[in-house]
Each structure stands twice: as structure tokens, then as C-alpha cells.
Ligand binder design. Structure first.
Ligand code: PGA
Length: 248
């Protein structure tokens, strides 16, 4: 079974609601394809206008974060029900920026992943090593630990539908894309780890993206690798270039 590619934009803290509508109207015709799933993960306040603007297109709107409790006294957080109520089907979990600036850990990532599945939202689970870890030769060990904890108590049926984004931290927003061989090596190790935790069928079904300075000129080579099922794209997702990445 061939895995369908999934190309997701991560807008981060960019685009006001009115800018979001404008950008979606610009990108709509450029990302129209049946060959890949196209997801725009946008700031919470942009979700509703983005959904409205994307209506009738192949663009799916996702969130960049979600809390792991149902509701209550968690000022500033967004609950899973708030996302599903407006039709959100994807949520980025554990992006390295959230780990670095907002104290997210493998344990909170695991709680969020479980909660997302409970609500029928597909998590895009982020992992990735620092430059120091790469230089120390512990990249694969570190990523395996991130994946094993993120997927604790996740069933095989749930894991089959998950998306993992491998994003080396040194490649994010730096213009320094990992080589396609570096990216393939880690994505293949992630698939092997999933095979170990679950089974062959789960490993074959789960989709693994590469992220970190993906652009129109690097996308084709990266996405041609056997274990890379698409990309999580930051900076280039805010430009018409995103159309070229989707139609790599
Ligand atoms: P970038 O960001 O494409 O701007 O490097 C990717 C990400 O952080 O998801």
C-alpha cells in the first residue's frame, strides 16, 4: 500500500485573521491537487476564517497546538473540543519551539497525543535533535526516546493514522536543510522504531514528514526518499512557493 504524501504548512505566529484569508485565497489555486493531503496549521484565532476561506478547496485547516485537558481553568489554552467543533482534523504536537519556549516535554507531548486521538484529531507529532546531539552521534538514540514516549499507550490502530514530523532543530528556520540522505536515515530509523513498538503494518501505514527549511528547490529530492512521506513547512508555507512544494 502506497502512503499518500502529506504536505503541511506550519504558520507559527504569523498572519492576522485578515492576512490569513488573503494568503489562503492566493494559495488555493496553487496547491490544488489530489495527489497529496494539504494541511495548513494556523494560529488558533485564524482557524475559523481560514476554514471559511478554504471551503470548497482541498486545503484542510489544522491547529498548531492543543491542551491535554478537556476544559477548565487553563487560561489561554485551546481544548480539543474547541478544535473539533469547527472541524479541525490535524494538530501539531510538540514542535521544538513549544518544547524550547513553552516547556513542553515528552510527557506532555504524550498526553496531548492521547487526547488528540481520543477526539479523533490526527496529531502531527514532532521530534528532532539539536546540532550538539548530532555532533555527539546520539541523534537516533534521542529521536527513538522521543518517539517511544510520545506513543506510550497509543494503540496500533491509532498509530497507523498518526503523522510524525522529523525536524532537526538545526535545520528549522536556518535555511540549512538536512540532506535528503540525512533526512532519510532518521525517517527510516523512526519507522523501524514504530515497527518495534507495534508491527510491520503500523510501520508501513504511519506517515513520516521531514521539516526544516524545506523549500521549492529541496522538496522533490526529499520527498522522493522511501521513508519521507511529505513535509512540515514553516517559512516557505507563507509564500506562493508553497504551491511548488505541494506540486513537487
Ligand atoms: P522552516 O520551519 O520550514 O521555516 O524551517 C519548519 C518548522 O518549524 O515546522
Amino acid at each position: 500500500m502506497a502512503r499518500k504524501k502529506i504536505i503541511a504548512g506550519n504558520w507559527k505566529m504569523n498572519m492576522t485573521p485578515s492576512e490569513a484569508v488573503e494568503l489562503i485565497n492566493t494559495l488555493k489555486p496553487l496547491v490544488a491537487t489530489e495527489k497529496a493531503d494539504v494541511v495548513f496549521c494556523v494560529p488558533a484565532i485564524d482557524i475559523i476564517p481560514a476554514m471559511e476561506a478554504a471551503k470548497g478547496s482541498n486545503i484542510q485547516i489544522g491547529a498548531e497546538n492543543m491542551y491535554f485537558e478537556e476544559k477548565g481553568a487553563y487560561t489561554g489554552e485551546i481544548s480539543p473540543a474547541m478544535l473539533t467543533d469547527v472541524g479541525v482534523k490535524y494538530v501539531i504536537i510538540g514542535h521544538s519551539e513549544r518544547r524550547e519556549y513553552f516547556a513542553e516535554t515528552d510527557e506532555t507531548v504524550n498526553k496531548k497525543v492521547l487526547k488528540a486521538f481520543e477526539h479523533g484529531i490526527t496529531p502531527i507529532v514532532c521530534c528532532g535533535e539539536t546540532l550538539t546531539q548530532r555532533e555527539q552521534g546520539v541523534t537516533i538514540d534521542f529521536i527513538r526516546q522521543q518517539i517511544k514516549i510520545a506513543f506510550l499507550n497509543v494503540t496500533a490502530d491509532q498509530a497507523k493514522t498518526a503523522v510524525i514530523a522529523y525536524e532537526p532543530i538545526w535545520a528549522i528556520g536556518t535555511g540549512k536543510t538536512a540532506t535528503s540522505d540525512q533526512a532519510q536515515e532518521v525517517c527510516s530509523a523512526i519507522r523501524a522504531c514504530i515497527r518495534e513498538i507495534y508491527d510491520e503494518a503500523t510501520a508501513e501505514a504511519i506517515r513520516i514528514q521531514y521539516g526544516g527549511s524545506v523549500n521549492a528547490s529541496t522538496a522533490a529530492e526529499l520527498f522522493a526518499k522511501p521513508d519521507i512521506d511529505g513535509g512540515l513547512v514553516g517559512g516557505a508555507a507563507l509564500k506562493p512557493d508553497f504551491g511548488k512544494i505541494v506540486n513537487y
